[in-house]
Design a binder for this molecule. Structure first.
Ligand code: TRP
Length: 514
């Protein structure tokens, strides 16, 4: 199999692809929404601790694994820790599938907003029934009338087709795309931050992100939020970084690659946070704790207030949504690639078949989250059935799934494969030598931290399962799905575990993988 594996054309290509995977919607909007939700400036300490204690070491692990085994995640975990390892590898990808399904739904909405930003978005005034409009609220109307129509299904299909095109020849096409996308993302972001902080009062927003509050740090939910955000934003626990690193030449330096990718990602995230907070501050707007309202009305509403008249509003609106689309695409392709290459290696199917099948399957998954039935006419939180489903799935796949993968991969690599062995391999081609402290981070400290937030989180679920308070009184169509929150939890669990078991037990790797 190894003969047919691709390789990055250059080190820059790899760094661009890895940072393209890392930099996504997570950096631009989820971070600001989470930071606000967990107390603004209070978030940056847990966040930075999570970055240095968990994020960078796990990134080294995922890169190191791919580089040493030269295989996508399930097979490399198989080589490192046998069948249990392989199962965890597939489970990571299956959980990430759930994430990519709704991630692409969100990208479909972004595409709709991008089209709207040419004009209609700024004019739309018809509020949806029951939704109180005020004069600042123009983008609400546009977003909700789109959301409660079938149009997003078409947008979602387009985004899946774009994904298929971008990975059709594996790393070669991905590399070509990220060489354009990633520099553009940085340019757009720099334009946004310069505009944000030079707005009158804009600079005040900067303080909001940096005023610490030690009280909230006592709350385990803040730590769960910070840990999940770090996994998500760095694309860890998705099984994608290992696949990307497997296409590197033997002598590449994984410690520097991990440091560079992580710091660029988090640098971008902070710049984005500052840009968004400064725009919100300048227009005296209250940031939203909900990611989607941040992305689809709060920021657009801020943009609609930009000085310079219609052309400026339109230009910044287009720039913002194009930025989201490019950032999101360069992330989603990493999963399509990570999963396709895993299927190709194990089941020896052609790339066209793997990518094609997955994209069709993915379209069906993403389409679920576009279901436009209005279940909550007030639309304060989750107006449509699709959006409600999205919120429930996100809760399990994002706040639990990624952390569970992180916990299991650290334990398996730390104890079954041997953290020392992994470190020796990483050190053999790195300028900077990791000391034995690294072994203890992987074997003990990171698993203990993750386990702690997971246990506290699960205890909270026993007190009241997430979603129990939705109680939509809507009875038609598919709304039974959200009438019982257990349904989503069990569905996510059974589907991910079932598919991973099938993939682990069927098929066989070629040439003595173990
Ligand atoms: N890191 C990305 C972000 O911050 C998220 C991401 C990475 C992702 N890989 C992915 C999402 C694959 C879905 C599928 O937005």
């Amino acid at each position: 199999m190894s003969k047919s594996r691709g390789q990055w054309g250059s080190k820059v290509g790899f760094i661009l692809a890895a940072s393209g995977s890392a930099i996504g919607l997570g950096n631009i909007v989820f971070f600001s929404a989470n930071a606000y939700k967990f107390g603004g400036g209070a978030f940056y300490l847990p966040y930075l601790i999570a970055l240095f204690v968990i994020g960078i070491p796990v990134m080294i692990l995922e890169f190191g694994l791919g580089h040493q085994t030269r295989r996508a995640f399930p097979e490399s975990m198989h080589k490192a820790a046998g069948k249990p390892g392989e199962f965890v590898g597939w489970w990571a990808l299956m959980n990430a599938c759930f994430i990519v399904f709704y991630y692409i739904t969100i990208l479909g909405w972004v595409l709709g907003m991008l089209i709207g930003a040419f004009g209609q978005l700024w004019q739309e005034t018809t509020p949806l029934k029951g939704f109180a409009m005020d004069e600042l609220a123009n983008p609400h109307g546009y977003f909700f009338s789109m959301l409660s129509s079938w149009k997003p299904m078409i947008f979602v299909a387009i985004v899946w087709i774009l994904n298929a095109i971008l990975v059709r020849r594996g790393v070669a096409t991905i590399e070509a795309a990220v060489k354009v996308f990633v520099p553009l993302m940085w340019i757009f972001m720099i334009v946004l931050i310069v505009r944000g902080i030079t707005l009158e009062n804009g600079f005040q927003g900067v303080w909001l992100l940096f005023t610490p509050n030690f009280e909230v740090m006592k709350d385990a939910a803040v730590w769960q939020g910070a840990f999940s955000q770090i996994f998500f934003t760095l694309s860890l626990g998705f099984g994608v970084m290992t696949a990307y690193a497997s296409y590197l030449p033997k002598d590449s330096d994984q410690t520097s690659n991990a440091l560079l990718t992580s710091l660029m990602n988090c640098g971008f995230e902070y710049i984005a946070g500052l840009a968004i907070f400064s725009i919100l501050f300048a227009f005296a707007m209250v940031p939203a704790a909900s990611t989607l309202s941040m992305m689809f009305f709060i920021v657009p509403t801020g943009i609609s207030q930009m000085p310079g008249g219609d052309p400026m509003v339109m230009a910044f609106g287009l720039l913002f949504f194009l930025l989201l689309l490019l950032a999101g695409l360069s992330s989603s392709v990493s999963l399509v690639e990570g999963l396709a290459s895993s299927l190709i290696d194990k089941f020896r199917i052609s790339r066209a078949k793997a990518v094609g099948l997955f994209c069709i399957f993915g379209f069906v998954g993403s389409a679920m989250f576009t279901l436009p039935q209005v279940v909550n006419p007030g639309l304060e939180n989750d107006g449509t059935l699709g959006l409600t489903l999205l919120d429930l799935v996100d809760h399990w796949a994002f706040s639990y799934g990624l952390l569970i993968v992180g916990l299991l991969e650290c334990l398996l690599i730390g104890w079954a494969f041997g953290a020392k062995r992994l470190r020796a391999g990483v050190n053999s081609s790195s300028r900077f030598n990791l000391g034995s402290w690294y072994d203890w981070l992987i074997k003990l400290i990171i698993p203990a931290l993750i386990l702690y937030v997971l246990i506290v989180g699960i205890k909270g679920e026993f007190a009241g399962l997430y979603g129990s308070d939705y109680g939509p009184n809507y009875k038609d169509g598919f709304s039974w799905m959200v009438n019982s929150p257990q349904f989503i939890l069990v569905g996510w669990f059974v589907l991910t575990v079932g598919a991973s078991l099938i993939f682990t037990l069927r098929g066989k790797y070629s040439e003595g993988s173990q």
